[in-house]
Design a protein around this ligand. Structure first.
Ligand code: FAD
Length: 297
């Protein structure tokens, strides 16, 4: 069977090639998901459109008052080794740092992690709590932006449709007195994917004893990464006491909808959510108070 391979040098050319393919061609960034899926016949396509020769798509920047700009093809390792990411966006740093292995992170991109649309994609919960926006070319070649929490349409599906192309992910600068954190649980300590993950971002009032704003997101416990909205309602405008954080954990556990599979039962994943939500909230509050510390790359 014929299999096409393209190396476009502009966005217009890449989008044209994807549109011509009408769903039969797929973008290729690092290839750590798509190449394996094609080999296992878990994905089907008749051609790959390599994005790596398109100028600017692997660029990232972090500016005071400008937030974090991540080109879709930016390798995770570039962000993992940046002090500005570890210090300013610790939940994203904590998520990237646990993806696969160092060799994998040298080629795996943040954009590929989102576009693969796995419910367990590690960068999704932090990007959701950080209020990130995904900018993309749609099926018709027009440019659109959506909050990352609206990017996913189901397991393996996103708003990109058949021929869309993710361009960048943009994370706004955090407000003062804000902290964020990510944790995941994997059954094995060696390379594995999450069976549950959680991220939280908390903004405290100027006296730093009440939660003014909060976002909580969960991974691997529903068909897509989700916001834990009921848990957020329970902690907003409250003092972050251990009891309040426990209530949020219980609410998140009720809201998620995990599956039973070979890697963990639904009941086990729910219990993990309860524990992970309490932990990430506690660490986010500590960071918002300025006494949680962040790790260095
Ligand atoms: C051994 C191993 C361990 C792993 N561990 C983890 C882990 O711990 N956590 C985790 O989250 N993931 C893990 N993964 C999955 C994978 O490495 C990540 O999802 C990675 O970020 C994918 O990025 P990529 O650049 O390789 O994407 P690719 O494989 O190139 O692409 C992934 C999908 O996205 C599409 N795509 C890529 N870029 C774009 C774009 N700009 N616009 C539109 N569509 C696009 C592709 O067509 C494909 O469908 C692991 C994979 C392996 C092989």
């Amino acid at each position: 069977m014929r299999f096409d391979y393209f190396e476009p040098t502009s966005l217009d050319e890449a989008c044209g090639l994807l549109r011509e393919g009408a769903g039969a061609r797929k973008p290729l960034a690092g290839g750590t998901d798509i190449v394996i899926q094609l080999r296992r016949r878990a994905a089907q396509c008749q051609g790959l459109v390599n994005l790596k020769r398109i100028p600017g798509l692997a660029d990232w920047s972090c500016a005071r008052d400008g937030g974090l700009h991540i080109g879709a093809c930016t390798p995770m390792r570039d962000l993992e080794t940046a002090a500005a990411v570890a210090g300013g966006y610790p939940s994203l740093f904590e998520a990237i740092r646990v993806v696969g292995s160092l060799q994998l992170r040298n080629i795996a991109s943040v954009g590929g992690n989102l576009c693969n649309a796995s419910p367990s994609a590690d960068t999704a919960p932090p990007l959701m709590v950080l209020g990130a926006t995904a900018s993309f070319r749609n099926d018709d070649g027009g440019q659109e932006s959506v909050p990352v929490e609206d990017f996913f349409a189901g397991p393996g599906a996103s708003v990109l449709g058949n021929a869309g192309l993710l361009l960048s992910v943009d994370v706004p600068e955090p407000a003062p007195h804000t902290g964020d954190a990510f944790e995941r649980f994997t059954p094995r300590s060696a390379m594995d994917i999450a069976i549950a993950s959680a991220a939280a971002r908390v903004t405290l009032d100027p006296d730093r004893d009440h939660i003014e704003a909060v976002r909580i997101a969960l991974g691997a416990v529903a068909p897509t990464p989700i916001r834990a909205l009921r848990a957020e309602d329970l902690v907003r405008e409250k003092e972050p006491t251990p009891e309040v954080l426990q209530q949020a954990g219980a609410a998140a556990m009720e809201q998620c909808n995990p599956i039973d599979d070979i890697r963990g039962t639904a009941a086990y994943r729910k219990e993990l959510v309860r524990i992970l939500v309490v932990r990430v909230l506690r660490r986010a509050v500590e960071r918002a108070r300025g006494d949680g510390g962040t790790e260095t790359p």
